[in-house]
Design a protein around this ligand. Structure first.
Ligand code: MN
Length: 237
């Protein structure tokens, strides 16, 4: 093929290439978490019987709103380039202040936590590729649940339990203190979080008081497996 013919051929492909790039951008956009607090994807009482409306209201409109506000303050004070993806910031969090670590983590963790839940259902199970990966890795979903429950129960003080994909693309279960998460370069466990449980007392105390294990057990009914699967598939790319 002559150079001119090759160029003509390439020109014909340009619209298709643009469409492809746009579709990649929009599929990335769905997983992207911004610096603003996004609207809760359901009403405060949507998780009732597992998480009460009062807890949801205080959690979303006070605690999570504060992480968001404080993250923006820290980003301004520490000259974070506008448009920096939050996940990139978390991957280099060791370069920033304690305030940034607490609030960038707090904001990200809550933004994904709301999306990871929906109205409670009995027999709420993972499906598709994620379900198969869980069986391969842990033996069964039940064993995965037990390991996750132990991670939630044994986290001393405040923090999060995680199901995450490590840097070798293997599913792992672990926990982090405070508002840390596996994306952070300072975290003991590293990878891409696909499912997380907030075990701060503010997340359950009104309904469960000291019974963190009951909260962690009931919570499985609310897991939005479709969103968790999307996060799994984007971690495996
Ligand atoms: Mn919280």
């Amino acid at each position: 093929m002559s150079i001119k013919k090759s160029l003509d051929y390439f020109k014909e492909l340009i619209p298709a290439i643009i469409l492809l790039l746009l579709s990649i951008q929009s599929s990335l956009g769905q997983m992207q978490i911004g610096f603003d607090q996004s609207p809760l994807p359901y009403s405060y009482n949507a998780l009732e019987d597992v998480i009460d409306a009062r807890t949801m209201e205080i959690h979303y409109s006070k605690h999570a709103a504060a992480y968001c506000k404080n993250l923006k303050e820290a980003a301004t004070a520490e000259s974070v380039q506008p448009g920096t993806p939050l996940e990139d910031l978390l991957k280099g969090i060791s370069k920033y202040s304690q305030k940034m670590r607490n609030n960038a983590g707090g904001h990200y963790n809550h933004e994904i936590f709301w999306k990871m839940m929906q109205s409670p259902k009995e027999n709420n199970l993972p499906t598709g590729k994620l379900a198969r990966a869980i069986e391969m890795r842990f033996g069964s979903f039940e064993e995965c649940r037990v390991a996750f429950r132990e991670a939630a129960k044994n986290r001393f003080g405040s923090g999060w339990a995680w199901l995450y994909v490590d840097n070798d693309k293997t599913l792992q279960i672990g926990s982090t203190p405070n508002q840390d998460n596996p994306l952070m370069d300072i975290s003991e466990i590293k990878g891409y979080p696909i499912l997380g449980l907030d075990v701060w007392e503010h997340a359950y105390y009104l309904k469960y008081q000291n019974k963190r294990a009951d909260y962690a057990e009931n919570w499985w009914k609310t897991v939005n497996w479709e969103y968790v699967s999307q996060r799994y598939e984007s971690a495996m790319k």
